[in-house]
Design a binder for this molecule. Structure first.
Ligand code: GLY
Length: 380
C-alpha cells in the first residue's frame, strides 16, 4: 500500500491483533479508493451502502475509482437522517445485500456519515454471521469518531444504539476534502466530537481548538485535516487499549448519556443532530461536575464558551432556543437516561470531569444533583 500513498495521506493504525486496520486520512483518498481496496477483495465485486445525499455528491468519484481498478460495484441507496438507523431499514438493507448476491467472503462498503456507518456495519456484522466491511466516512463526525472502533448499531424507540454489535472494519478511508460539501450544521455537529477529545484528556488540544476551531468550522481545510488526524489518533489509542468498553473507552461517551436522552426525546428526527445533542450533553456534564464541586466553574464556563463560539449548543436552554426543541422535563430526561447502555446494577454511569482534559468515569452519582442541574435547564 505504501507505493500508492502521497504526501498528503496520513495513516493511523488501529492495533487490535489480527483484526488491526489502518485509517487513511487525506484529501483525495476517495478518488484512489479502488487501488487501495482492490488487494483486500476476494473477488472484484463490492456493494456500496450509502444515502441519497452522499450518492448525489460523491458516489461517482467512488464508483469511477472502483471501475478503474476493475471492481464492479452495486450501490444501495438509503434515505438520509438518523431515522434510517431503524429495524425497518436494517431489514430492507439485509434483503438488498442478499439480493445483490453478497457472499460470506465479500466486502461491503459503508459510504456516508455515522448513520450509514452504524447501520451498514451492523448489517455486515449479522449478515451470514459476519461479512467484512470498509468504512468510507463522509462527515466530520464519522471521520473523527463513529467510523473508527467497530461500534455498530440501530436505534429503537427505547433508546439510541441499543441494538448493535462490535464489528471492526477492515479499513477506513477518510477523505478530508469531502468535508467541504457538508452543510455548516453537519460540520458543526461533527466538530462537537472533535472538542470531546480535548475535553476528555487533552488540554493542549482543547487550547489549540480554542485558537483554531472557529476557522476550522468556517472552512480551513488544513485545520480540518489536522483535527481529523489528531482525533483519529486519540480514538485509535483508546480503542486499542479497550476495544469492548470494559473501562477507559467509556470516556468517549462524555456528553452522550445526556445527549442520547435528548435524542431519544426528539424522536431521532432532524430537529436534533447527534453532535448537537453531544455538545449540549457535554455542557451539562460540565455543569453537573461544577455543581457537585468536582470541577472549577471557570472550566465549565470555558468549555461551554468554546462550544457556543463555534455555533454549538452548550445546554438545554440553547437547544430550546436554537433548535426550537421542546425538551422534556427533568423526570422524563432521567427516565430516558435510565435506558442508556451504560446502566449497570440500575445505576447510570456518567462521564464527569475535574476540569478541561480531566474527565473520569463516575458510577455512583447522586441523581438529586443531576436533577438540580437539569431543572435549571440553563447553561450559564
Ligand atoms: N463513540 C464512542 C465510542 O466509539 O466508543
Amino acid at each position: 500500500m505504501a507505493a500508492i500513498m502521497t504526501q498528503t495521506t496520513h495513516t493511523v493504525p488501529v492495533s487490535l491483533g489480527d483484526r488491526s486496520y489502518d485509517v487513511l486520512i487525506g484529501a483525495g483518498v476517495l478518488a484512489r479508493a479502488g487501488e487501495i481496496i482492490a488487494p483486500l477483495l476476494k473477488r472484484p465485486y463490492v456493494p456500496i451502502v450509502t444515502d441519497e445525499t452522499v450518492a448525489g455528491l460523491h458516489l461517482e468519484t467512488l464508483t469511477s475509482s472502483l471501475d478503474a481498478a476493475g471492481i464492479k460495484s452495486m450501490p444501495i441507496t438509503l434515505p438520509p437522517g438518523e431515522a434510517t438507523k431503524s429495524f425497518k431499514h436494517l431489514e430492507e438493507l439485509l434483503a438488498a445485500l442478499m439480493d445483490a448476491g453478497v457472499e460470506r467472503s465479500d466486502m461491503i462498503i459503508a459510504f456516508g456519515g455515522g448513520v450509514i456507518g452504524d447501520l451498514a456495519g451492523f448489517a455486515a456484522a449479522i449478515l451470514r454471521r459476519g461479512v467484512d466491511f470498509i468504512q468510507i466516512p463522509t462527515t466530520l463526525l464519522a471521520q473523527v469518531d463513529s467510523s473508527v472502533g467497530g461500534k455498530t448499531a440501530i436505534d429503537v424507540p427505547q433508546g439510541k444504539n441499543l441494538v448493535g454489535a462490535f464489528h471492526q472494519p477492515r479499513l477506513v478511508l477518510a477523505d478530508t476534502s469531502v468535508l467541504g460539501t457538508l452543510t455548516m450544521r453537519d460540520l458543526r455537529a461533527g466538530y462537537a466530537e472533535v472538542v470531546k477529545y480535548g475535553l476528555i484528556d487533552d488540554h493542549e488540544f482543547f487550547a489549540w481548538l480554542e485558537t483554531n476551531g472557529p476557522a476550522l468550522v468556517e472552512g480551513d481545510e488544513d485545520l480540518r485535516a489536522e483535527a481529523v488526524r489528531h482525533s483519529v489518533a486519540a480514538k485509535a489509542r483508546v480503542v486499542a487499549a479497550d476495544e469492548r468498553e470494559g473501562g477507559q473507552r467509556a470516556l468517549l461517551n462524555l456528553g452522550h448519556t445526556f445527549g442520547h436522552a435528548l435524542e431519544t426525546a426528539a424522536g431521532y428526527s432532524g430537529d436534533l443532530l447527534h453532535g448537537e445533542a453531544v455538545a449540549a450533553g457535554m455542557g451539562i456534564a460540565f455543569d453537573v461536575s461544577a455543581h457537585m464541586g468536582l470541577c472549577p466553574p471557570e472550566d465549565a464556563s470555558r468549555a461551554k464558551a468554546h462550544l457556543r463560539a463555534t455555533g454549538l449548543p452548550a445546554g438545554i436552554s440553547d437547544l430550546e432556543k436554537r433548535n426550537s426543541l421542546d425538551v422534556p422535563d427533568t423526570q422524563e430526561l432521567i427516565r430516558l437516561m435510565g435506558q442508556d447502555k451504560k446502566v449497570s446494577g440500575g445505576k447510570i454511569t456518567f462521564i464527569l470531569t475535574r476540569g478541561i482534559g480531566k474527565s473520569f468515569i463516575a458510577t455512583d452519582v447522586d441523581m438529586d444533583q443531576v436533577a438540580d442541574v437539569l431543572s435549571k435547564r440553563q447553561a450559564a
